[in-house]
Design a protein around this ligand. Structure first.
Ligand code: ARG
Length: 592
């Protein structure tokens, strides 16, 4: 709807204008401040001597009146119910009921496709997320990356991009030398098999403690890593085994979260690319020598001045995280020719990505847009401190199971008669949904924490509340189906055109306008890589929907035509809620 209005405004004034939705309907269903913007622009223009100073306010109000008249003229007949000018220069617009009803019919007919677009024009984008490290627990930071990245990948796909979901696994680096050394000293196969990540982590921690006391250990770790890099059979075998065991464990978490990847490629894959890469950087004088190491000194490249120098090869010639990322980037561009790459990685790696992107600019990897999609910290559970250091890592699987368990208790209370299998499926959808929504509803730059009461509050700003609203709408539709035999999703075949005029109340119109905001909401999210606007949107839509069926008779409406279109309206709401939750990676069960 907002897009339609934008088009009308463009036609009226020959330029783009921003359309907003006022909090309060008395300032219009939609509103634009374009007159004020234009008046401000005019004021800045040079004046002739003696020309009176334009009075900013009066000016924009006049301009607004002029534009309002043009808008009314160029809008299709009967589009606006009212166009009003308000000080200091707003143009407020009210869309007519007829237009809103038509919009609903069109939305209803589009069903699940509603809100999809082709703004992406099938362009390829790589969305890199999760990017766990093998032989280490997947921590809550990785959880955020996984949840945010998966949602953004969904949103971009919905917006018409061809998305490649990429898990860039951390499976290389000097820490593997230490781990191998530790395993050779103290490790036992059966222990690793029993609990791979727990055991590998404790070996690593034990080694690290020793290393602080005794430099022999440090040397031993370095040597084992050199052997690994050189292709030593035994070390390779151990490393492959560690990776495999850890990936098996991560898969459990991915299974619970319901996320999938198109490409799972480790840092180790890029090892063979590094030597030639570093040589190339050196030959082209992009990297220079400094105390035996190689660095990129950004001060030499005028556009990148001020960035601290980046190390691309250590003095012992061992490779680095950054160098692997450069190789990775070149590889991706060559192989996939993506129009963009999105890295969903915590805020604390901001400098790393600034340096990576600066180097990409210097070596002219230009046609691909690069974005570091950052996010804040996880502060832990409400009232508890979270620590991932020193081995007392918070277990992700445990955390998710806790949420599912708590959800299960509520489902049991609400719906004790359901079969156990059904109850479990619902509890999983609700528990996992609660964790995801808790993250996705915030501006991702904020730190988050887990407040179980709030996350699982069936009447608050939570996934369960939205899921529950959806389930209630579905239950009304099921009952209607039982009573009349009409399958509401295929109701479009009836002569809705005429019947729809019986939708008339304020809340019905508000609900239609809200549904009509879905495409714009998705488009914005695909543009700025934030998800909180989608969450907010779904919450507001659910609020309205609840208000609607609590205040309006639907199944009991004696007027059959009106009952039918009311059912059509809530069917459309249910479809949008389900679709919107789906974008956030959250399931919408039929029953709760
Ligand atoms: N594995 C890294 C970590 O856990 C994150 C990798 C981020 N992606 C990248 N291309 N550097 O910290």
């Amino acid at each position: 709807m907002r897009k339609k209005i934008g088009l009308i405004l463009r036609k009226a004034m020959g330029g783009d204008a921003e359309v907003s939705i006022p909090e309060n309907e008395k300032f219009g269903h939609y509103s634009t401040n374009v007159a004020m913007k234009l008046a401000r622009g005019k004021k800045a223009a040079p004046r002739q001597r003696g020309e009176p100073c334009p009075a900013g306010r009066g000016n924009s109000l006049e301009l607004a009146a002029e534009l309002a008249a043009k808008i009314e003229k160029s809008a299709p007949a009967g589009f606006f119910e009212k166009v009003e000018v308000a000080a200091p220069g707003f143009i407020n617009l009210w869309v007519s009921k007829k237009i809103l009803r038509d919009e609903l019919v069109s939305i209803f007919r589009q069903k699940e496709r509603y809100g999809r677009s082709d703004v992406g024009r099938k362009k390829k984008v790589i969305v890199e997320y999760s990017s766990v490290n093998v032989a280490k627990p997947m921590h809550v930071g990785h959880l955020r990356s996984t949840v945010i990245g998966d949602a953004l990948a969904n949103v971009l796909e919905f917006a018409g991009y061809k998305v490649i979901r990429w898990n860039y696994v951390g499976d290389w680096g000097t820490q593997f030398g230490k781990l191998i050394a530790a395993y050779k000293r103290w490790g036992r196969k059966s222990e690793v098999e029993k609990s791979p990540i727990g055991e590998l982590l404790s070996l690593y921690v034990r080694f690290h403690k020793k290393e602080v006391e005794n430099p022999i250990f440090l040397k031993e770790g370095q040597e084992e890593f050199m052997k690994l890099e050189a292709g030593d059979k035994e070390n390779r075998k151990l490393w492959r085994w560690f990776s495999k065991e850890s990936m098996e464990e991560f898969k459990k978490v991915y299974g619970i979260l319901g996320v999938k990847f198109d490409v799972v490629l480790g840092e180790s894959f890029f090892e063979p690319f590094l030597k030639p890469l570093v040589e190339r950087l050196y030959k082209k004088k992009i990297a220079t020598e400094s105390e035996g190491a190689l660095v990129v000194n950004f001060d030499k490249f005028s556009a990148k001045k001020g960035l601290p120098p980046a190390l691309v090869q250590k003095s012992d010639e061992s490779s680095l995280y950054l160098t692997r990322d450069i190789a990775n980037l070149e590889y991706r561009i060559k192989k996939y020719k993506p129009s963009g790459i999105i890295y969903v990685v915590g805020n604390e790696q901001a400098l790393h990505f600034e340096q990576l992107f600066a180097i990409a600019g210097i070596i002219r990897l230009k046609n691909t847009k690069l974005a570091h999609v950052k996010y804040g910290l996880v502060l832990g559970e409400k009232g508890k401190k979270l620590s991932t250091r020193g081995g007392e890592a918070i277990q992700l699987e445990e955390l998710l199971r806790k949420s599912v368990g708590l959800a299960g208790k509520i489902v049991e209370q609400k719906n004790p008669k359901l079969k156990a299998r059904e109850k479990n499926a619902i509890a999983e959808a609700v528990g996992v949904g609660a964790v995801k929504y808790n993250d996705l509803k915030e501006n991702r730059m904020s730190d988050i924490y887990f407040d179980w009461d709030k996350m699982l509050d069936f009447s608050g700003d939570s996934a369960p509340y939205i899921q529950y609203t959806h389930a209630r709408l579905r239950s009304i539709l099921r009952k209607a189906h039982k009573a009349s035999g009409i399958q509401y999703p295929s109701f479009a075949k009836a002569s809705v055109g005429k019947q729809v005029s019986s939708l008339d109340t304020d809340i019905e119109m508000a609900l239609i306008r809200k549904i009509a905001e879905f495409p714009e909401t998705v488009r914005r999210s695909a543009e700025n890589f934030f998800t909180n606007n989608i969450a907010r949107y779904l919450y507001e839509l659910a609020n309205l929907a609840n208000k609607y069926y609590e205040s309006t008779p639907i199944l009991t409406d004696k007027n059959v035509d009106r009952r039918n279109v009311r059912l059509m309206l809530i069917n459309s709401v249910a479809v949008v809620i389900k679709n919107g939750l789906g974008l956030l990676g959250i399931k919408a069960p039929e029953k709760i």
